[in-house]
Design a protein around this ligand. Sequence first.
Ligand SMILES: [Zn+2]
Length: 83
Amino acid sequence: MILFFGTRPGKRRELPLAALTCPHCGQTGSLQGTVAPHFVHIFWIPVYRLRPMVWVQCSHCKKGYDGRDLTLEMQQALKDTGM
Ligand SMILES: [Zn+2]
């Protein structure tokens, strides 16, 4: 039997982080967080939800933040918006 197994991204959510200031350019209200869930699927049926991929981008200076680049404020704000 062939088992179709893999991971697939779920529906992305965009979260504007209006209260935050970009550490790179100092602009307030230009940061936007994106949360992309990932699922393990077997035969295209999602069976397990993995840790979502999260990143933040500044629309002013275009700098992206993810993983360790996320400041505590960013992490907190993403949590507050229901990540
Ligand atoms: Zn910026």
